[in-house]
Design a protein around this ligand. Structure first.
Ligand code: COA
Length: 152
């Protein structure tokens, strides 16, 4: 890409279409919202934009730390990049913007249930995979691990 992907904080409703297409195989009946989406503005939602279109997304929710982890902690959910622009840095840019905000907010850790197929992406960006955390997601039945990034 000639320039860095453009990332903005957005209303979560702008992310539902991408969440559905990429993370729920386009299923019309899939749940693509989180009950915490509008949690008094505590949840934060990020879009990677290309010519005004949402091509990448990620959301953050204040959360208890995972077992043995440090508070204050946040959960990352709904990390996705449109298939047409994968590998171009949009996912990394969205996640970097989200993590930078967390550092500014004084967060100590961010965690997620990471799809096994995406663990390489997270590792490259400094996340670690918790040993013994393999599980199937209730929503997608896909294999996941718990992943964590310590924010200092
Ligand atoms: C995982 C995903 C979000 C990555 O988004 P992306 O925009 O393609 O990622 P980027 O282009 O920013 O990649 C950043 C780096 O990670 C690497 N990478 C990306 N996906 C990877 C993967 N699945 N495995 C290993 N490395 C990966 C890239 O090659 C790049 O490395 P580089 O900096 O050396 O070039 C995207 O592939 C996706 O939406 N997948 C389907 C949905 C999904 O699995 N979401 C995560 C749910 S937990």
């Amino acid at each position: 890409l000639a320039e860095a992907p453009h990332v903005e904080r957005v209303d979560p409703r702008r992310l539902h279409d991408l969440r559905r297409r990429v993370l729920r195989a386009g299923r019309a009946d899939a749940v693509v919202a989180d009950a915490r989406d509008d949690d008094d503005g505590a949840a934060r939602h990020y879009a990677g934009l290309l010519e005004g279109e949402v091509v990448a997304c990620a959301s953050l929710y204040p959360s208890a730390p995972r077992e043995g982890g440090a508070a204050p902690a946040w959960q990352l959910r709904f990390m996705a990049t449109d298939e047409s622009v994968r590998g171009l840095g949009y996912g990394a840019a969205v996640l970097a913007a989200a993590e930078a905000d967390l550092v500014e907010l004084g967060a100590r850790e961010v965690w997620a249930n990471g799809r096994d197929s995406a663990l390489g992406f997270y590792r490259r960006l400094g996340w670690r995979v918790l040993e013994g955390s393999a599980h199937l997601s209730a929503e997608t039945q896909l294999p996941h691990h718990v992943i964590v990034k310590d924010l200092g």
